[in-house]
Design a protein around this ligand. Structure first.
Ligand SMILES: [Zn+2]
Length: 121
């Protein structure tokens, strides 16, 4: 999993800055199952890379070694689903934001929308 989720990537830092600006309390890389990027209240927040997590808008299967990549991405997706289920069982709310959603200047609105329900103000 560390191959996929390296710490402090650019999209993660964008999210972190926005959380700071929103004055939200969060834990950076909490030690819970699936290694979410942030824990905001009871919400496990993942910043998913468009490539590794097969974003429907930006993902392109590499041309070389297609069989290898297909299997790899199938495993990644299965893993994401398994993590979602397990965290839900442990009563976390799971929110995933795409890397590309951190770029468009609407990140604050997006996070507000995604996190709103569970955050006690
Ligand atoms: Zn994308």
């Amino acid at each position: 999993m560390s191959r996929i989720r390296s710490r402090g990537t650019v999209p993660e830092r964008r999210v972190q800055k926005t959380l700071d600006r929103m004055l939200l309390a969060y834990v950076d890389h909490p030690k819970i199952y699936g290694n979410p990027d942030f824990l905001v209240g009871g919400t496990a927040l993942f910043v998913d890379g468009c490539f590794w997590h097969c974003c429907p808008e930006h993902f392109r299967l590499p041309k070389a070694n297609r069989g290898f990549w297909k299997r790899k991405f199938r495993r990644n997706r299965r893993r994401d689903l398994e993590v979602n289920e397990r965290l839900a069982m442990e009563r976390y709310r799971v929110v995933r934001i795409w890397e590309h959603e951190t770029k468009d200047g609407l990140l604050c609105e997006k996070l507000e929308e995604l996190l709103h329900e569970k955050i006690d103000v």
